[in-house]
Design a protein. Structure first.
Length: 666
């Protein structure tokens, strides 16, 4: 049997050869439906607005607001009013040119206004004559809103005349009516209520509409949006009325979005640029955050594109290539490893483009697919980014160091074996040498990292067992700045340290799992002790940088000398402190017994507690990573602890003369 397209169709499975499932007479011309006007929209709303849920409901609002925004972007309006009223009524008014009301050339019995609201694929944005750039492209926005509204009312103030027309579920409720002369007013007003037959109970959210209006005002600094909502509809802190106007554009938006969060760079990279040949323009505001997740919000002709697209690809290309080139200029070989992941993971940014005839993925326009957008955005931003980096080397160096840190962390994670995370049902494994504290919560607790069993024994006797834990480490730990990933994984001392802290490392790091409030490095007050402390700080800097940024790592200050005379004992941290105390604490010519501690292990527990571990009398130094010193810190870390001995030799040559005066700033 031939199918409807003329081919031969196989019989149903299990049916005898030659049989058919139904007589041909059951399928005829009368079964072919032709949907006219806006009926296809009401039958299949998901094809036009993505569904019938709350998101789709607010898509109707976006379509009408976007039409008003197109008038503003084209330079014909500077004010938009958005009002939400009881009964789920939404009103959008602009002071633009007003929808044309004269008869349409193709449909002389209908006004252009009625054609726009009742006919799919009708509008003034196809040729580019009425709008150089616009969000509406397919001519379906207004007609779709009309089709899915129980009632929609339009007012047009044009040529000093007010015109009105009403619609119900996509069909005219009457003819276009001349409502008389009007002065000092122009533009279009659309008031509508979505159809409950389509959407059910969902109603417009004041908070969501307010955020939509605010974002539109940020995106086009030349427009003022006046928001109002009946107070009875508001259930949160959304204002009942507001005037939204942001002369700073996206920079204002970004400042508001990251308020209170510290950045890698002191000021955002922000600006705007025209594309060649009047192909459009773009605006951007970008910064990089010290902590937490970033975000990137992109827009095309004021339409949000949550799935990104070609304009975002252009941004990525410009930034990554620009920073790599800057690293090459600085002779930083590690910059060649940078990827978009390293630069974008902690970036907070806004990108807005205005282009002719943009192509989107689907009617909901979640993704920009215009091929030329990638080239235009990359070309425009790359030049500005290069100038921004070159104009402020200190900021550029910090950004480069930050990105390299992320790249090295990414490479390290890739090289590490993926060990399964402990489940809540498994007993926490703790290193055998750890003397844990008894308090269960991390608040008010601290762990002391000491060198060797001898120092560990003294510290365990000197500690407060409720709040202080002690973990002895075996001698000098691995230098993680120059060690391979294999050595890192195999080092038992570092494994024990990470397990004792409980917060994981690298990608698995979670600050809320840290078992102690403070991590205190407590080493001997001599050169060897300083070397071990440097190795531990290198470990924290490379593997647990967030622990340092959160101010959880400290250096204990144990004494090197004890000075005794006439029943009086004082402790000195180093040679200079000893000389100062001899002059200040003792009489001239008084015989003072000076004892030098060989190490913490030989210090009596009572003395260790009194000088170094008792919170009431001790001195701790907090280890910090100032954002503005990121590049210098990375440079010093590479010079002092990295794999290139010539950098250490150079550092010694340059700073050896300062050692006598203790002026070397590291």
């Amino acid at each position: 049997m031939n199918d409807m397209f003329g081919g031969r169709r196989a019989p149903p499975k299990g049916a005898p050869s030659g049989s058919v499932s139904a007589p041909a007479s059951s399928y005829s011309a009368k079964d072919i439906e032709v949907l006219e006007g806006l009926e296809p929209v009401r039958r299949r709303p998901g094809m036009y607005i993505g569904g019938t849920d709350e998101n789709a409901l607010h898509h109707l609002a976006a379509e009408i607001i976007d039409n008003a925004m197109d008038e503003a972007v084209a330079g014909h309006a500077d004010r938009i009013e958005v009002s939400l009223e009881p009964g789920n009524w939404l009103t959008v008014r602009d002071n633009g040119r007003g929808i044309p009301t004269d008869p349409h050339p193709r449909f002389p019995k209908l006004s252009a206004l009625e054609v726009i609201f009742t006919t799919l694929h009708s509008g003034g944005k196809f040729s580019g004559k009425a709008y150089e750039t616009s969000g509406g492209l397919h001519g379906v926005g207004s007609s779709v809103v009309n089709a899915l509204s129980e009632r929609l009312e339009v007012e047009v103030a044009r040529d000093r005349t007010l015109w009105t027309q009403a619609f119900g579920r996509g069909k005219p409720a009457g003819k276009l009516r001349n409502a008389g002369p009007v002065h000092n007013r122009r533009g279009t007003t659309v008031r509508f209520r979505p159809d409950a037959e389509i959407f059910g109970k969902p109603e417009f959210s004041p908070a969501r509409l307010y955020r939509m209006c605010r974002s539109k005002a940020y995106l086009f600094r030349g427009v003022e949006i006046r928001w109002s909502c009946d107070p009875s509809l508001i259930k949160d802190e959304t204002p009942a009325s507001a005037v939204l106007h942001f002369p700073g554009g996206l920079s204002d938006f970004l400042s508001s979005a990251i308020e209170g969060r510290s950045g890698v760079v002191p000021a955002p990279f922000a600006g705007e640029a025209e594309f060649p040949d009047r192909a459009g323009r773009c605006e951007w505001a970008l910064t990089w955050l010290e902590q937490g997740e970033g975000f990137l919000s992109t827009y095309a002709n004021t339409i949000p594109t949550p799935q990104g697209g070609t304009h975002e690809a252009g941004l990525r290309g410009a930034l990554v290539k620009g920073l790599r080139a800057y690293g090459e200029l600085k002779k930083e070989k590690r910059a060649a490893n940078l990827t978009a992941e390293d630069l974008f993971g902690g970036m907070a940014g806004m990108l807005s483009v205005f282009i002719r005839d943009p192509q989107f993925q689907g009617q909901t326009k979640d993704k920009l697919t215009s091929a030329e957008a990638s080239r235009l955005v990359e070309g425009a931003l790359r030049d500005h980014f290069d100038h921004w980096l070159a104009g402020d080397p200190s900021t550029a160096d910090n950004l480069l160091a930050w990105a390299i840190e992320r790249a090295e962390d990414r490479i390290r994670r890739r090289e590490q074996k993926d060990t399964p995370r402990k489940t809540a049902t498994r007993r926490l494994r703790l290193p055998g040498k750890l003397a844990d504290c008894s308090r269960e919560s991390a608040e008010g607790t601290e762990i002391f990292l000491v060198e060797g069993d001898s120092a560990g024994g003294s510290a365990k006797q000197a500690r407060d067992r409720e709040t202080q834990a002690v973990l002895p480490l075996r001698g000098k730990i691995l230098n993680v700045a120059s060690a391979s990933a294999d050595k890192l994984r195999q080092n038992q001392e570092l494994k024990d340290l990470i397990e004792a802290l409980g917060c994981g490392a690298g990608e698995k790091f979670e600050l809320n799992r840290l078992r102690y409030g403070r991590v205190v490095v407590m080493t001997d007050a001599d050169v060897d002790g300083a070397h071990i402390a440097a190795l531990l700080m290198t470990f924290f800097y490379k593997e647990l940088p967030e622990l340092v940024r959160q101010g959880r790592v400290f250096l204990a200050q144990p004494p090197l000398f004890r000075l005794q005379a006439g029943g009086k004992s004082v402790y000195a941290r180093d040679d200079a402190d000893r000389e100062r105390l001899l002059k200040r604490e003792f009489k001239p010519n008084q015989r003072v017994e000076v004892s030098r501690f060989k190490g913490l292990g030989e210090m009596p527990p009572a003395s260790l507690k009194e000088t170094t571990m008792d919170p009431k009398r001790r001195v701790l130094l907090k280890v910090v990573l100032p954002p503005e010193e990121r590049a210098r810190t990375a440079e010093l870390m590479e010079a002092l602890m990295g794999r290139r001995p010539e950098l250490r030799f150079k550092f010694i040559q340059e700073n050896a003369a300062k050692l006598d005066d203790a002026e070397v700033d590291v």
